[in-house]
Design a protein around this ligand. Structure first.
Ligand code: NAD
Ligand code: UDP
Length: 336
């Protein structure tokens, strides 16, 4: 099966591409490198020994995307391409709506034209919004988000549901990721955020290298195990494996399914920092700061549906995630 990965040079796309190639799929990447580097694609080949056809294109552009579909016999698509920074989406909402929605609409139109009817989409736990109880289950009402980034995910989920309703041949799997962290155990690919990281683990890694002086922990007075925020962290290789399973599911089922990809367990910020320090034997200086606006105290997945429908569950522990993150960061202190 030949799979198109939009945004395949990015953090999750590159790891998924490695898993696909290792399992005998062919892969084509379309990425405009707005948040990634071509070097990531070279390293995919280095790890797997297999070639990937790369299209350095903005997938909002129909002409370029149509050319790709003309040149390649695509069987299925995994759609990662999009902007993903929550804070930036509040400052530049139009840029987020334009890119994330346009990319999806163009992609679906071109897929239809070429009779490609299997798609796996990168959604997010953020679609559960503020009011659902934890753990989050796929049957919960999805009613609204707290930021434009989240709204793009929710809107794209709706676009895919409506498209599948109108087209009985379409298979769409909406993967709701929890918090992906870590890196490929080879240390050759990993997360490479530009500027000062917003997310916890990339920040911890920069503090560990000495590039940032200390971590700010946003709040220690939540009603959680130790007062700090709790999230469901998932190793990016487990997440990548989940995409392969989702693709296999889409190959044999029609219609739309939303599926959580999480471990089903929550870890606090302090647990994460202490685990990173313990497994890597590196101190991570921190200070307690005020809560970050918009943060929820605690959320994690109910991971049963992924187990039942995809036969998938996580294999890596928090220790593995911290170790593999440091392996990547220490070997690539300046990223790619
Ligand atoms: P990433 O930024 O590393 O990867 C996204 C890739 O898409 C980048 O390589 C970027 O250059 C590319 N891209 C963006 N717009 C494009 C366009 N118009 N045309 C072609 N390429 C384009 O992000 P990631 O962490 O790998 O996330 C992948 C997907 O998963 C995103 O849709 C993101 O919203 C979603 N997601 C990520 C997380 C997370 O914590 N990383 C959580 C939930 C959902
Ligand atoms: N966090 C923190 N300091 C940071 C970044 C994040 O204390 O510099 C906390 C944040 O408040 C949350 C957890 O770490 O409780 C995960 O945050 P992240 O931004 O990685 O993911 P998200 O909030 O999107 O789930």
């Amino acid at each position: 099966m030949k799979v198109l990965l939009t945004g395949g040079a990015g953090y999750i796309g590159s790891h998924t591409c490695v898993e696909l190639l290792n399992q005998g799929f062919e892969a084509v990447i379309a990425d405009d490198f707005s948040n990634s580097k071509p070097e990531a694609v070279k390293r995919i080949t280095e790890i797997t020994g297999k070639n990937v056809d790369l299209y350095p294109i903005d997938i909002c552009g129909k002409v370029a995307l149509t050319k790709l579909f003309e040149e390649q016999k695509i069987d299925a698509v995994i759609h990662f391409a999009g902007f993903k920074a929550v804070g930036e989406s509040c400052q530049k909402p139009l840029m987020y709506y334009r890119n994330n929605l346009d990319a999806t609409l163009t992609l679906l139109e071109v897929m239809k034209e070429f009779n490609v009817n299997k798609i796996v989409f990168s959604s997010s736990a953020t679609v559960y919004g503020e009011n659902n109880p934890i753990p989050y289950v796929e049957t919960m009402p999805i009613t609204g988000c707290t930021n434009p980034y989240g709204w793009t995910k929710l809107m794209i989920e709706q676009i895919l549901k409506d498209t599948a309703n109108a087209d009985p041949d379409l298979s769409a799997v909406l993967l709701r990721y929890f918090n992906p962290i870590g890196a490929h155990p080879s240390g050759r690919i990993g997360e490479d955020p530009s500027g000062i990281p917003n997310n916890l683990l990339p920040y911890v890694a920069k503090v560990a290298t000495g590039k940032l002086p200390k971590l700010g922990i946003f709040g220690d007075d939540y009603d959680t195990v130790d007062g700090t925020g709790v999230r469901d962290y998932i190793h990016v290789v487990d997440l990548a494996r989940g995409h392969v399973a989702a693709l296999q599911y889409a190959d044999t089922h029609k219609g739309v399914e939303a599926i959580n990809l999480g471990s089903g367990k929550g870890h606090s910020v302090l647990e994460v920092v202490n685990t990173f320090t313990r497994v890597n034997n590196i101190p991570v200086p921190y200070e307690i700061k005020p809560r970050r606006a918009g943060d929820l105290p605690e959320f994690y997945a109910n991971a049963e549906k992924a187990k039942e429908l995809l036969g998938w569950e996580v294999e890596y522990t928090l220790e593995d995630m911290c170790r593999d993150l440091w392996n990547w960061q220490s070997n690539n202190p300046d990223g790619y």
